[in-house]
Design a protein around this ligand. Sequence first.
Ligand code: NAD
Ligand code: MG
Length: 346
Amino acid sequence: METLVVHGSNRKSVITVGERHSHAGAYTPHEKAFVVTDTEVRRLYPAFFRTCEPVVIGTGERIKTLDTVALIYEKLLEKEADRSVFLIGVGGGVVCDVVGFAAATYLRGVRFGFVPTTLLSQVDAAVGGKNGVNFKGFKNKIGAITQPDFVWCDPSFFRTLPEREIRSGLAEVVKQAFIADINLVEYIENNVQDILSLKSAAMERLVLDCLRIKAGVVSRDEKEQGERRILNFGHTVGHAVEQRSGLAHGEAVSVGMAAAAALSVRLGLLSTDKLTRILKLLRRLHLPVSLPAPADEIIAALGQDKKREGEALHFVLLNDLGRAVVREINLTELRVLLLEIFKETL
Ligand code: NAD
Ligand code: MG
């Protein structure tokens, strides 16, 4: 078992990796615990909830709304929960986002912790303190930045995940490797089979390394004023691809990473052989690297997300494998460059 710490501005967050979820009771504050989960996790892990009947909030991205947050407030009021209540979210990124936001706002903020059950939530959503919900069709429009007291990662939860959820999570794993850790890139290259078959040792290593990367970045820049932007590698094009195709988030981010890496080559930051390595690794992980919709449609959808600032975008590029740089690029110029890249490379 390994432990990491994220230092937020108003609270520190302790992250544990590798302890089995059957031991959860030993780590969670029992008396005032108020547990929230989703339908699927409740169904798959009855033993986990033996001693604490959870509030079940449904499942999927469509429940990431203020209505679901309001349902949690109602249940808290029913139980006459005061400021000493401790919320625990058990589930994927959706549960973490909803529970984190409810906890950040109920009585102006109560303590909370997460037991993330998907690969994506263990390496990404549960850590960093950003918690938000969708509003009127816009993703993550309403939210807060508050660190959970604990995040408790048990990779054995992955065994019940559908294959597509695994792949989606793996895209965020390689993203962290590409932006910050050449050793992790090499480890993934050398262990693709163990990773795809979810071998415990391999999954624990991936989760721990990703958490080290994200915890480090977030501790240095919690509010995304600088370095934290590198975590958006692949996401500018990825969001446009996600909007215009049926691809899952991680799959769209994979296409976005391929585009961002190709743009890095075009701008003279990255060598062609490194781009080839990136594309090869994504393919070996069964992640897409070519456009699933016409290039002009993707280009039209580009920059319509909240990361846009005026006409310039903070675009994340690579200047080596394991090293990211952020460049401000004018949206019009970016569209021209990407259109060429889409035609030639993707
Ligand atoms: P999710 O929570 O919807 O989980 C995916 C599916 O897997 C759901 O159907 C869920 O019921 C099911 N599931 C959960 N655990 C399972 C298990 N162990 N076995 C089988 N099925 C299981 O989605 P996700 O991919 O975990 O997270 C995506 C969400 O996270 C998005 O809403 C995204 O915006 C958010 N996110 C937030 C941050 C952040 O910093 N706050 C970062 C990245 C992503
Ligand atoms: Mg993402």
